[in-house]
Design a protein around this ligand. Structure first.
Ligand code: HEC
Length: 174
């Protein structure tokens, strides 16, 4: 019985490279009826910030920005606005890879961050009073700069927050 199983396994191993289905693109294939239009790149689509959040951010940050600390995604809910209270925080929110490397154009990213930072948004009142919305030009400039030593910068920003009396919840992952 054992040797029978062994023979079967051997046959399967030998046969698999030849037996696997191979998908060869059919260059003459046409789109399904009703599906002929070229897809619009996200940066040219006119979606609302809420939809852009769903398409580009929600996968990691979850529905209300609650994040998934178990998977190293920090909580933004009721907190993310605090970054704007310390020096360098305004740049940071644009320069994190999730923002800067998204498929959104600069105006869309500015609108999305402003939407998140509203008092009735993900920031939940954590943004400083009189928060000045991001402009397209500002986002564009920060995006070009990039960020060196992201974990170090983030840690420093959170330390600065603690110094001015802001409590850092566990799920923000200090
Ligand atoms: C692949 C997962 C992922 C996606 C997608 C993602 N992020 Fe993030 N985001 C993170 C992680 C992880 C951090 C923590 C800092 C870091 O390591 O980048 C973070 C941090 C942030 C922060 C700073 C908050 C903090 O506590 O550090 C902002 C603001 C942010 N993301 C915005 C966005 C926006 C806006 C989008 C969508 C356009 C987005 N992210 C998409 C994973 C993601």
């Amino acid at each position: 019985m054992q040797s029978f199983t062994r023979i079967i396994s051997l046959c399967l191993i030998l046969a698999s490279p030849f037996g696997e289905a191979r998908v060869i693109p059919d260059t003459t294939q046409k789109p399904a009826p009703g599906n002929e239009a070229q897809q619009t790149p996200l940066s040219q689509a006119n979606y609302s910030p809420a939809v852009n959040y769903q398409l580009q951010c929600l996968g990691c940050h979850l529905t209300n920005g609650e994040g998934a600390p178990r998977n190293d995604i920090p909580q933004m809910t009721d907190f993310v606005g605090n970054f704007l209270k310390v020096e360098g925080g305004r740049e940071f929110l644009v320069q994190v890879p999730g923002s800067s490397q998204s498929a959104l154009n600069d105006q869309q990213l500015a609108d999305l961050l402003n939407w998140m930072l509203k008092n009735d948004g993900i920031a939940g009142g954590s943004s400083p009073e009189g928060f000045k919305p991001y402009s397209r030009a500002e986002v564009s400039a920060y995006r070009k700069e990039g960020i060196q030593d992201l974990p170090g910068v983030r840690r420093h920003l959170l330390e600065q927050m603690e110094k001015i009396g802001i409590t850092i919840p566990e799920a923000v992952m200090p």
